[in-house]
Design a protein around this ligand. Structure first.
Ligand code: APR
Length: 230
């Protein structure tokens, strides 16, 4: 029976793939007013601006490839049942080949019907852009399949369940600034070790092993420590 290794990843794990983070210098929220482009009110106020913001992020994603940190999570599946909880809306964990991925804040390469949110559509290179005029096959308007600020985080209960069953918990590349994602480490069993890989780590409880390195280097160190030599 493999031990359960649960990961909580943020924008920092994709930084070395060339995807801009939110709160670092030069981050997305320096160039875009977050409440205009990523909140429910902003979408109601100016849907065209929100569609454009996510169209730009989808275009940036097309050239992005998983980096060594994403691949290290796949390698750890040799010795652990790895569960990836991510705040990221990019598909780099999928492209890397991780087996279990839970998106807390939605998925950039998906859109959904506004009146029927259960109708979710996968976008691709040929169908990358959405606009307020876009219609699905039923003639209904669509929106980015993203959890905007001011909206509920539907997958949080499942994420809490995963964290509460973790034998090992690893936080990678997040400023721990946004809830409820930032609360996950508090559900980890007291007997399970927690690692936090981030070059500029946010304050965390003393029990957390902080590896103040970029994700690719920090994950390489962690694989060395966690690999099971048979
Ligand atoms: N390797 C690892 N971590 C890195 C790297 C790197 N190469 N470069 C930057 N970081 C770290 C930063 O130090 C910071 O702690 O990544 C973190 C990025 O923090 P944020 O930009 O706040 O991203 P994140 O924590 O994922 O934001 C959470 O906020 O705006 C919302 O929905 C959005 O999901 C996002 C949420």
């Amino acid at each position: 029976m493999k031990k359960k290794l649960v990961i909580s990843s943020g924008a920092g794990i994709s930084a070395e793939s060339g995807i801009t983070t939110f709160r670092d210098a030069g981050g997305l929220w320096e160039n875009y007013p977050v409440m205009d482009v990523a909140s429910a009110d902003g979408f109601a106020r100016n849907p065209a601006l929100v569609h454009q913001f996510y169209n730009e992020r989808r275009r940036q994603l097309l050239d992005a490839r998983p980096n060594a940190a994403h691949m290290a999570l796949v390698e750890l599946e040799k010795w652990y049942d790895v569960y990836v909880i991510t705040q990221n809306v990019d598909d780099l964990h999928e492209k890397a080949g991780s087996s279990r991925i839970l998106h807390l804040h939605g998925e950039l390469m998906k859109a959904r019907s506004i009146p029927h949110p259960e109708r979710i559509y996968t976008l691709d290179e040929e169908h990358l852009e959405t606009t307020p005029e876009s219609r699905d096959e039923y003639g209904d308007p669509i929106r980015p399949h993203i959890v905007f600020f001011q909206e509920a985080v539907p997958n949080i209960e499942r994420a809490i369940e995963w964290a509460s069953q973790a034998d090992i918990f690893v936080v990678v590349g997040t400023s721990l600034a946004v809830y409820p994602a930032a609360s996950l480490l508090h559900y980890v069993p007291k007997t399970s070790p927690i690692y936090y890989i981030d070059p500029h780590p946010a304050p965390v409880p003393d029990r957390v092993h902080v590896i103040a390195e970029p994700a690719s280097r920090g994950m390489a160190e962690l694989v060395k420590e966690l690999k099971i030599e048979n």
